[in-house]
Design a protein around this ligand. Structure first.
Ligand code: GTR
Length: 327
């Protein structure tokens, strides 16, 4: 027979269960933004993360990737992600440079000796510390993705020495550090949204820009800016961040599943990236790009003012030294 006490105890359990159930059985579709077109390695990597997450949560958590800047250009999507209007953002480090000083470090010119060096640093404690930096800005850093190396391209002439940069109008990302990098080479930097670069090149508002092989190819910039000079001046990685507002709505177990799926997508991204870099290089060459190698030392020497301006406090100096010390 049910006494009053067992009845209220049972009612209490039922209430708790009713309260706990929706949280455990939470079904969410996370909206993720990217400026690249469908099929680009970053898009496919986040889709892969979504598949992993669906598997690990029994289909409760999904990711919907909005490609081709459907949700906006990079700088604008940062604010929307911080406010939780967008749940996830695959974006380059550079648009964070002005907001989060430490993000300048992996974007710095010639900070990495090679792709292997970059991967080792970003996979280790320095990468983890950088991911944590996002939490002070309403974001959760989930993973870094490769972005190859960025080189200058323009419609006027091959760049062989810093002197060849003189007077060129070069589009950069919205980062003061990139403005300073281009200025240190004697060119005029114009910060501009990625989506406006093609018409900027076509109309002569700018003479050139800088990017990796896949972006130079996917945007068709090679059609209107054919001199690609392999300065390889920045390996500024891509980063995958989540809105802290969206992250905090998930249970701790689901948060762990999101982090794990993001980590799993890094290897997938590298595989896709390595293949795409080769394919893009071949495609732009076949499409008429005039490519030249560059003697890097004079470019490296010209970058001292950039380091002086952006590696200011002890914490940043330590991070630069720690990166250089990674063998
Ligand atoms: C690409 C990068 C984008 C964006 C773009 C740009 O390489 O993947 O996130 O930073 O360059 O130059 O704006």
């Amino acid at each position: 027979m049910l006494t009053k006490r067992t009845f209220s105890a049972l009612a209490g359990v039922a209430m708790l269960a009713a309260f706990a159930l929706p949280a455990q059985a939470q079904t969410v579709t996370l909206r993720s933004t990217d400026i690249h077109p469908d099929g680009y390695p970053t898009i496919e990597a986040v889709k892969f993360m979504g598949q992993q997450l669906e598997k690990s949560t029994g289909g409760r958590i999904k990711i919907q990737v909005f490609h081709s800047a459907q949700l906006g250009q990079e700088k604008d999507t940062i604010e929307q992600t911080r406010f939780g209007v967008i749940d996830m953002n695959r974006i380059n480090m550079a648009p964070f440079n002005n907001l989060i000083p430490a993000t300048n470090v992996p974007s710095l010119p010639f900070i990495f000796r090679s792709v292997d060096h970059m991967r080792k640093v970003m996979d280790g404690p320095i990468g983890d510390a950088l991911l944590k930096e996002f939490e002070k800005h309403d974001l959760v850093g989930l993973a870094f993705y490769d972005s190859g190396s960025r080189s200058f391209y323009n419609s006027k002439r091959p760049i062989k020495t810093p002197a060849d940069m003189k007077g060129l109008k070069i589009r950069v990302q919205q980062s003061d550090m990139f403005v300073s990098l281009v200025s240190a080479l004697g060119a005029n930097a114009t910060p501009m949204n990625f989506g406006e670069v093609y018409s900027g090149l076509q109309t002569g508002v700018i003479d050139g820009a800088e990017n990796n092989w896949p972006s130079y190819e996917s945007t068709k910039h090679f059609e209107v800016s054919k001199f690609y000079s392999q300065t390889e001046h920045s390996l500024s990685p891509e980063v995958l961040v989540m809105s802290k507002k969206s992250f905090d709505k998930l249970s701790p177990a689901d948060q762990a599943a999101v982090r794990a799926a993001a980590r799993e997508s890094v290897a997938k991204m590298r595989e896709l990236w390595d293949a795409r870099e080769k394919a893009s290089e071949a495609k732009v060459k076949a499409g008429g790009a005039v490519v030249n190698a560059v003697e890097k030392q004079p470019f490296i020497d010209a970058m001292k003012p950039v380091y002086d301006k952006f590696v200011t406090d002890a914490k940043l100096k330590e991070m630069v030294a720690a990166i250089q010390a990674v063998k």
